[in-house]
Design a protein around this ligand. Structure first.
Ligand SMILES: [Zn+2]
Length: 139
């Protein structure tokens, strides 16, 4: 809503009714703006229904229609982004289950080759499966 629609002067409070002040209804500027908005909405509805025709009002009506289409388009984008956020949230929560530690390490422990000895001959065993000295299979 443009401020250009404000009436001139300082109309924040408009006094109606008795000038003497008794039973005077105080209409706030907000009420005034709401009343103008209501008339505007009614005019838009009438223009669209064809019950009101005014060439002068066609341009602002088209402008309003364009703005409403933009709003609808942006609301669609917001909906899509919210959906994307929900997907990201779901993805953030999902991996916690599979990666949770089960007590058993997934990879086998590294072979302590230096401290291993052949059970058959007692020779220091290498990193291989079989003893390099006697060829026995290392446990
Ligand atoms: Zn051996």
């Amino acid at each position: 809503m443009s401020e250009r629609t404000a009436v001139s002067g300082d109309p924040r409070t408009i006094m109606t009714g008795s000038v003497r002040g008794e039973n005077a209804d105080v209409i706030t500027f907000e009420d005034f703006k709401k009343a103008k908005l209501k008339i505007g909405e009614m005019a838009i509805g009438m223009l669209r229904a064809g019950t009101l025709t005014s060439p002068d009002m066609q341009a602002p009506l088209d402008q309003i229609t364009g703005i409403q289409q933009q709003i609808a388009s942006l609301e669609g984008e917001i909906g899509q982004k919210r959906a994307a956020i929900e997907v990201i949230k779901a993805e953030d929560q999902a991996p916690k289950e599979p990666t949770a530690p089960t007590g058993e390490p997934a990879a086998p422990p590294p072979q302590p080759s230096a401290s291993r000895f052949c059970p058959q001959c007692g020779a220091p065993a290498g990193a291989g499966i079989f003893c390099t000295q006697c060829g026995s299979k290392l446990a």
